[in-house]
Design a protein around this ligand. Structure first.
Ligand code: HEC
Ligand code: CU
Length: 490
């Protein structure tokens, strides 16, 4: 009857109270006493069972009402090359072939018979330290094995919660930095409450010889790791593991539970989902439940369970809210929610007006479809370039950068952009309507969002003329009439 998950304490509490009443004890006095705590080490195990292990972002089936078992975990260590991001290779060291390693799902009282296999093709010895283990090194010394060998050790899980496991072979930091971590869940006796969707997300920081985006096979950089100067901070082992087609999904009205871990080795995570509020957070993966949380801190070598109901459709972005990590180092994932809009909860953009601090109130934008703002109309090519540059520096610069060079993995370049130069109408459309979905610019894939730009036909013709006549582009001139005709299509 050991149940540390707070949510599930109620029935046990009422049961104990009932017992006390039956025994004739004074209920009001006894309420404050601690509940009798049956040692979980005395929980009997019924049978042998092979543990289901899953790769991220999936988790094994809930343990539900099953009794404690002799649970056999077969975990294989693989050192293998993978892709950190497009064009960047990295040799990962893995538990089960993925970063993070296979998810292990257990129930309190389970006796885990752990078989750790070090593949013969591997180059190094490894071991495992599971934070769910009560015992020296969390199993590390008992599980130390060379390539081509298998180690076996057993432990009983005594504390419900979500725990990190990792390799603890020297240099420990390097083994973790190369991806040797994962999560093990210990469910309480009754299991966790039912939800519609469950996913496995784990953050990690990576250190490469070259800088972020430098191509080719990148070796681990010990000096940067010691200085905690990460080149990549990512979810599930690589940039884009949870974006675009890899996004996790849910339907409007469903409850979502994320098992979120942080392997580190160095950085703590300020885990946040843009556009959602966590209804419940099992703080640090333990039994304390906090409600209505915006951002939860996940320490290196720690975890949290977050739960929320998705009420409206859209793409919800998972980030480490140390926000440069999200937009510049990869710590960005997506939850795509499908279903009907709910305008009571979220209206979408209802109106946009001119803001006049002097108190002019909100007015209509003077740039309704095709209506040209008569001020500042360029009459010569030079004027177009001048006005276009001004608009560029006001509107486009933040993302596409001063020289149109863009930002690797986030904002595509406009300088010498094959994509831009290939199709003028498409470029106009992008500014009028925005752009989402995967595109390839100069051989690099981008899968992000450009919002539509509220500019007049005149401004769009100027800014595009400026872009086409700068940075080695194809020198096209765009007129307001051309923009107007694209506007009328939509
Ligand atoms: C908030 C950031 C942001 C701003 C501001 C922005 N863009 Fe973009 N732009 C993007 C992103 C992101 C993409 C790629 C979208 C995708 O992946 O589908 C993109 C794509 C493009 C493309 C097609 C790809 C290429 O590189 O040729 C063009 C052209 C473009 N933007 C022009 C502009 C112009 C001109 C402006 C200013 C009027 C502008 N953008 C403002 C983020 C931005
Ligand atoms: Cu290792």
């Amino acid at each position: 009857m050991n149940t540390k998950f707070k949510k599930l304490n109620l029935p046990i509490l009422s049961f104990s109270i009932l017992l006390l009443v039956l025994l004739g004890a004074s209920c009001s006095k006894e309420k404050n006493k601690t509940i009798a705590y049956n040692s979980p080490e005395t929980i009997p195990v019924s049978r042998k069972m092979i543990a289901e292990l899953t790769s991220p972002p999936n988790v094994p089936k809930p343990t539900g009402k099953r009794k404690a078992k002799n649970l056999i975990v077969n975990m294989e260590i693989l050192e293998k090359e993978g892709e950190m991001t497009d064009g960047v290779k990295y040799v990962y060291w893995t538990f089960g072939g993925t970063v993070p390693g296979s998810f292990i799902r257990t129930k309190i009282g389970d006796e885990i018979e752990f078989h750790l296999k070090n593949h013969p093709d591997n180059k190094l010895p490894h071991n495992i330290d599971l934070h769910a283990v009560t015992g020296p090194g969390g199993g590390a010394t008992s599980s130390f094995i060379s390539p081509g060998h298998e180690a076996k050790f057993s432990f009983k899980v005594l504390n419900p919660g979500l725990y990190v496991y990792h390799c603890a072979t020297a240099p420990v930091g390097m083994h973790i930095a190369n991806g040797m971590y994962g999560l093990i869940l210990v469910e309480p006796e009754e299991g966790l409450p039912d939800v519609d969707k469950e996913y496995y997300v784990m953050q990690g920081d990576f250190y490469t010889k070259g800088g972020n985006g430098d191509r080719g096979l990148q070796p681990f950089d010990m000096k940067k790791a010691v200085n905690e100067d990460a080149d990549y901070v990512v979810f599930n082992g690589k940039v884009g593991s949870l974006t675009g087609d890899n996004a996790i999904t849910a339907n409007v009205g469903e409850t979502v539970r994320l098992y979120v871990g942080n392997g580190g080795p160095n950085l703590v995570s300020s885990f946040h989902v843009i556009g959602e509020i966590f209804d419940a957070v099992y703080v640090e993966g333990g039994n304390f439940i906090n409600k209505n949380v915006q951002t939860t801190l996940i320490p290196a070598g720690g975890a949290a369970i977050v739960e929320f109901k998705v009420d409206v459709p859209g793409t919800f972005i998972l980030v480490d809210h140390s926000i440069f990590r999200a937009f510049n180092k990869g710590a960005l994932g997506m939850l795509k929610v499908q279903g009907d809009e709910n305008k009571t909860i979220y209206s979408g953009k209802q109106e946009e007006g001119i803001y006049q601090p002097e108190g002019g109130g909100i007015q209509e934008m003077p740039i309704e479809k095709g209506v040209v703002n008569t001020e500042g109309i360029a009459t010569t090519f030079e004027e177009k370039m001048e006005y276009g540059k001004a608009t560029y520096m006001q509107t486009c610069f933040a993302c596409h950068q001063a020289e149109g060079q863009g930002i690797p993995n986030a904002f595509p370049p406009l300088a010498k952009s094959d994509y831009l130069n290939e199709n003028l109408n498409r470029a106009i459309d992008i500014i009028l309507n925005g752009k989402t979905g995967e595109i390839t610019v100069n051989g690099e894939k981008y899968n992000s969002v450009m919002t539509k730009q509220d500019l007049t036909n005149e401004e769009i013709s100027n800014v595009l003329t400026y872009v086409y006549n700068s940075w080695g582009n194809s020198k096209k001139e765009v007129t307001p009439a051309m923009v107007m005709s694209r506007r009328n299509i939509h």
